[in-house]
Design a protein around this ligand. Structure first.
Ligand code: DHB
Ligand code: MG
Length: 187
């Protein structure tokens, strides 16, 4: 399988199952016009987040790392007010619980963000962490890339956290080979 095939298959399903939306299109355009990197979630992942929020019946959603607001729109209307600034400074003041937390910010702080997410949770809260596969780089413990180390610290934390049950969904598509961690707070 090639990147072209992954993208073509993604486009096929997105065209069939996630028709264009003016708000999403304008968020992508504003992201580009504002000089932000083209790392918004792919449309099919946005739809997955949307469906997770629906399945959970999420009324309160916390997103850490909004970029240009593209994934935020997929998660709406559950998203709480936007707090601009470094998340590690604003998270300690937040009051939960949230029904769903989507973590998609700087990867080296993943474990800290996850710990806050658990603090701001209740049983049944869904926690999603983006970009935990990174072309498979995650399995190389000697890789000193800050993002890879951040994901590995996250996995260590999650595996030692008795209050959550988690797995990783590996993905291929327009954004290459990656995946996200899906966790549910059980206690
Ligand atoms: C990067 C960050 C992301 O959140 C993403 O989805 C893809 C890439 C990055 O920093 O390279
Ligand atoms: Mg991401």
């Amino acid at each position: 399988m090639t990147q072209d095939q992954w993208t073509a298959v993604e486009n096929y399903f997105v065209e069939a199952l996630a028709p264009p939306d003016p708000a999403l299109d304008s968020a992508l355009k504003a992201t580009e016009a504002g000089g932000l990197p083209a790392i918004s979630v792919a449309p099919n992942e946005g739809k997955q987040l949307h469906l997770l929020a629906l399945v959970r019946g999420a009324r309160s959603v916390l997103e850490v790392g909004t970029l240009g607001g593209y994934s935020t729109i997929w998660l709406a209307p559950g998203v709480a007010d936007v707090v601009v600034g470094p998340a590690l400074q604003s998270l300690p003041d937040l009051v939960g619980p949230f029904d769903l937390v989507f973590i998609d910010a700087d990867k080296q702080s993943n474990a800290d963000y996850f710990a806050h997410a658990v603090r701001l949770s209740r049983p049944g809260t869904v926690i999603v962490v983006d970009n935990v596969v990174r072309d498979g780089a995650v399995i190389d413990e000697s890789n000193d890339n800050a993002a890879v180390q951040g994901v590995r610290r996250l996995v260590d934390l999650v595996s030692a956290e008795p209050r959550v049950s988690a797995t990783v969904i590996q993905t291929v598509g327009s954004k290459g080979y990656d995946g996200y961690l899906l966790a549910v707070v059980t206690g």
